[in-house]
Design a protein around this ligand. Structure first.
Ligand SMILES: NC(=O)c1ccc[n+]([C@@H]2O[C@H](COP(=O)([O-])OP(=O)(O)OC[C@H]3O[C@@H](n4cnc5c(N)ncnc54)[C@H](OP(=O)(O)O)[C@@H]3O)[C@@H](O)[C@H]2O)c1
Length: 244
């Protein structure tokens, strides 16, 4: 399938981001990649005939540079950048809270803000996809910092969806634990992975392709009447209890 769609993907070097980029490339979407690690972006960009910008989202000047290098118009924007800080309240520092907020929430806001002129120039309805977490709607111990930051992403999704309609749609995906470099940090052993998988009604952990498939759909014209939604892709973790 070929299209004239152009999209900007932050976190393109990550597990979910890179899987999504491959799906979009196969659909004929032209991509601009943004990320932190040059080696990952350079090889992906070469494979996908994409352009790219390297930088860190804690540097606010990065966003203007990305927007300029991505160019106009843009039909889609994805912010698949994130952290997982799982630590008790006693062990969390001010720096942990601020970094989680900057990387997950403020970065998402600045990514949309700087890309907005290009998104408004889309010939159709442009689509933004952000990443929240199951930890934004469920209370989990040791998730105070990441839960707070991802809760901000969910609220940002709703506010921007209202403010940018009808020209731009804004939705978020809320994953449960997913096997990517980020998720693997929490999986000390296969035994631990199996015990966490068993907490999900569907009895497995997430895979990058589970998130990427929904992101690709939300970016497509087939999703043109969906905005302001925070959609759990979580094996049932946010809504179902199969025991007790
Ligand atoms: N995996 C899970 O269990 C899970 C659960 C809930 C929500 N999520 C969310 O899903 C989204 C995608 O995550 P993922 O699972 O694909 O994780 P991932 O594979 O680790 O990808 C995250 C990406 O964020 C980039 N990144 C992190 N800090 C950055 C910074 N300061 N500046 C620039 N880039 C930075 C990483 O860059 P490098 O490649 O250079 O490291 C990486 O490419 C994130 O928003 C995450 O919070 C994931």
């Amino acid at each position: 399938m070929t299209t004239n769609r152009r999209m900007l993907i932050y976190g393109a070097g990550g597990g979910i981001g890179s899987t999504l980029c491959r799906i979009l490339h196969d659909q004929g979407v032209r991509l601009h990649l943004a990320g932190r690690t040059e080696t990952k972006l350079a090889s992906l960009a070469q494979a996908l005939s994409a352009t790219y910008t390297v930088g860190d989202v804690t540097d606010t000047a990065f966003f203007a540079r990305v927007a300029q290098e991505a160019g106009e118009p843009l039909d889609g924007l994805v912010y698949a950048v994130g952290t997982i800080t799982i630590r008790s309240l006693q062990r969390l520092t001010e720096a942990d809270f601020l970094n989680d907020f900057r990387v997950n929430a403020l970065g998402a806001a600045l990514a949309v803000q700087t890309a907005l002129p290009a998104l408004k120039k889309s010939a159709g309805v442009a689509s933004v996809v952000l990443f929240s977490s199951v930890a934004a709607s469920q209370g989990f111990a040791n998730h105070a910092s990441i839960g707070m930051a991802k809760g901000a992403v969910s609220a940002l999704t709703l506010a921007l969806a209202a403010e940018l309609a009808p020209k731009v749609r804004v939705n978020a995906i809320a994953p449960s634990l997913t096997r990517t470099p980020l998720g693997e940090n929490l999986l000390g052993s296969e035994q631990m992975a199996a015990s966490i998988a068993a907490l999900h009604a569907l009895q497995r952990l997430g895979e990058a392709k589970d998130m990427a498939a929904l992101a690709a759909f939300l970016l497509s014209p087939q999703a043109d009447w969906i905005t302001g939604q925070i959609i759990g892709v979580d094996g049932g973790r946010s809504t179902l209890r199969t025991k007790g």
